[in-house]
Design a protein around this ligand. Structure first.
Ligand code: FMN
Length: 196
């Protein structure tokens, strides 16, 4: 079964970004993928800041990412860029941590004025980490969230067709990776097949 790690990078306890990450996990699981959301704010802060990738609590997430076929990374827009919490986590990973993976970058934000931050800065970081396929990124404005008793919930209709198109492209890319991984596995069992 293909697996996806979903990371959210908001420092806020009550977070639209985390609510969107939960929503994405529910959809991925409904589509038959294994998926889990890790809110980066729940990782041990001192170890995060000191880039202790092997620290308890962080090492498990790093290993889960290494084993995943895909990564959805959801960040709030802060000062016209991704959040510092998101960057601190990416910085403690190896340079090739996204090698062979499909990646879906998503940003939440208060103003459409900063939509391009996704493509000008966030996308470049993800490519530098050797992602196989960074699919169309998507910006989700605060107007797409409904207030609930406990926090926020994305308004499924307001998310709009472009959100679902990016999601579907990501899902196809994850399945393609799963396919190639199994072909590589068969090739490793039959050395002569590698000549094909
Ligand atoms: C410190 C800070 C800086 C922000 N800077 C921007 C910004 O530059 N552009 C923007 O569109 N939204 C900005 N916002 C709004 C947030 O991106 C937006 O409300 C987001 O949904 C918050 O996510 P959260 O609820 O998960 O914390 C900022 C919010 C904060 C707290």
């Amino acid at each position: 079964m293909a697996s996806v790690l979903v990371l959210s990078g908001s420092p806020s306890k009550v977070s639209r970004t985390a609510a969107l990450a939960d929503f994405i996990v529910r959809r991925l699981v409904a589509d038959g993928l294994a998926a889990r959301h890790v809110a980066l704010r729940t990782l041990p802060p001192a170890d995060l800041v000191a880039a202790h990738a092997g620290a308890p609590g962080i090492a498990e997430v790093v290993a889960e990412l290494a084993a995943a076929d895909g990564l959805v990374i959801v960040t709030p827009t802060y000062k016209a860029a991704y959040s510092g919490l998101t960057k601190i986590f990416l910085d403690l990973l190896p340079q090739s941590a996204l090698e062979d993976k499909a990646v879906l970058p998503i940003a939440t934000g208060g103003s459409l004025a900063h939509v391009l931050a996704l493509d000008y800065s966030f996308r470049a970081v993800l490519h530098s980490m050797r992602a196989r396929h960074v699919v169309q990124s998507h910006f989700v404005p605060d107007s797409c969230f409904l207030k609930t008793d406990g926090g926020y919930e994305p308004d499924e209709t307001a998310l709009g067709p472009l959100f679902y198109a990016a999601f579907d492209e990501f899902r196809r890319s994850v399945h393609a990776h799963e396919h190639f991984r199994s072909v590589d596995f068969v090739r490793s069992l039959v050395p002569s097949a590698t000549k094909v």
